[in-house]
Ligand binder design. Structure first.
Ligand SMILES: Cc1cc2nc3c(=O)[nH]c(=O)nc-3n(C[C@H](O)[C@H](O)[C@H](O)COP(=O)(O)OP(=O)(O)OC[C@H]3O[C@@H](n4cnc5c(N)ncnc54)[C@H](O)[C@@H]3O)c2cc1C
Ligand code: SF4
Length: 331
């Protein structure tokens, strides 16, 4: 591992000053992803700026939503009473991720920026456009069972590995960021990018910008929401496919529905096609299947991962049925 300096920021302002003083500096959250990547020499920062002393607050916002400080630990968010009552899908998604020990260390900011689990990204003998720009992509013709089926490009077919982010995508969250040019908010769906020809650029964050918080707007029906994760092992495994969903039915018609998918794309995938199809329609199994078909119409399977297309459809249908039968609001 390359030598690096370490400093700890006491607030957002000092974090931004510290990061600006070195072009190859990185923020450090719980270190559960970044330190692994440094050990493998995939990330080689000259300096780390520890941001775990920044806000960990989980507070109700003026509009009745929730604001979560970027340094809040994943465990704290999953255990928070307000989160569990208002947005159970978020607590469930976090608890499906990693292990208790990792969730105790991992922060919200770090979770958003965790890197892909593509095997070839971690193997410096492999060609990987994300790790080494322009080198090629060994996953496309290789063992691509865990890779993406939506929004892929000829440059990269990696997935975003987070569970928490899938729930945040379904909940219309926004990411609050701060840098030397001031503060701004980024809609969650715009935060992570598709690979296109630049898979090394994974988010909308500019160099030196710090995530300070994530905000979820008030949403009365999200208290009836669930997260389902399909994976090879019942614990300690990343999603092959996951679905975060919320459903509200009024007078036999779907009034509100939110669906996001994990394990299928370079970013948490908001299922707008399925949502548009379902809104105003009846909450029936046939309609759920048609919605899933509409969402996956553009999916493209590779040699080892075509099974994900049908798996994603069935998981969407199954989650929506469960919400309609047990959890979806009916008025
Ligand atoms: C064995 C294992 C299994 C796992 N399984 C799962 C799983 O099933 N599901 C899942 O979702 N996750 C899983 N994870 C990933 C885990 O959730 C992430 O490692 C964790 O969320 C990263 O958070 P962190 O605070 O440790 O980030 P760090 O490792 O500290 O940082 C990650 C990135 O975020 C940047 N960063 C951190 N904070 C900020 C900030 N405030 N502003 C700007 N940049 C920032 C860092 O510079 C770095 O680039 C697993 C991890 C391991 C090691
Ligand atoms: S899928 Fe993306 S991360 Fe994986 S080898 Fe190809 S370019 Fe690299």
């Amino acid at each position: 591992m390359k030598n690096f300096t370490y400093s700890r920021a006491e607030n957002a302002e000092s974090a931004i000053i510290l990061i600006s003083s070195n072009a190859d500096a990185k923020f450090l959250g719980g270190g559960t992803n970044l330190v692994d990547l440094m050990r493998e020499n995939i990330e080689q920062p000259d300096a780390l700026v520890d941001v775990t002393n920044l806000s960990k607050d989980i507070e109700e916002t003026a509009d009745g939503g929730i604001s979560i400080g970027a340094a809040a630990k994943n465990t704290a968010v999953a255990n928070d009473k307000k989160v569990r009552e208002k947005f159970p899908v978020l607590a469930q998604a976090i608890l499906f991720g990693a292990s208790g020990q990792i969730r105790n260390m991992a922060t919200v900011g770090g979770n958003l920026l965790q890197r892909t689990r593509c095997y070839y990204f971690y193997d410096d003998a492999a060609r990987c456009n994300k790790r080494e720009v322009g080198s090629g992509c060994d996953a496309i013709g290789g063992f691509n069972r865990i890779h993406a089926i939506l929004g892929t490009s000829d440059a990269c077919i990696a997935t975003h590995p987070s569970d928490m982010c899938v729930a945040l995508a379904a909940l219309d969250a926004k990411v609050l960021v701060e840098g030397k040019h001031g503060k701004r908010e980024i809609a969650f769906n715009d935060f992570h990018k598709l690979p296109d020809n630049t898979p090394q650029i994974e988010t909308e964050l500019q160099t030196g910008e710090l995530i300070t918080a994530v905000e979820i707007p008030k949403n009365d029906f999200a208290k009836h929401s669930i997260y389902r994760k399909v994976r090879d092992r019942a614990s300690y495994a990343f999603a092959l496919v996951s679905v975060a969903a919320a459903l509200e039915v009024e007078n036999d018609a779907i009034k509100n529905v939110r669906i996001a998918l994990g394990g299928v794309a370079h970013k948490p995938w908001r299922a707008f096609e399925a949502e548009n199809f379902l809104t105003g329609n009846q909450a029936t199994g046939t309609n759920f299947r048609q919605a899933a078909e509409a969402e996956l119409k553009a999916a493209k399977g590779y040699e080892h991962n075509s099974f994900k297309i049908e798996l994603a459809k069935r998981t969407i249908v199954s989650v929506l049925k469960e919400l309609a039968e047990n959890g979806g609001i009916k008025r």
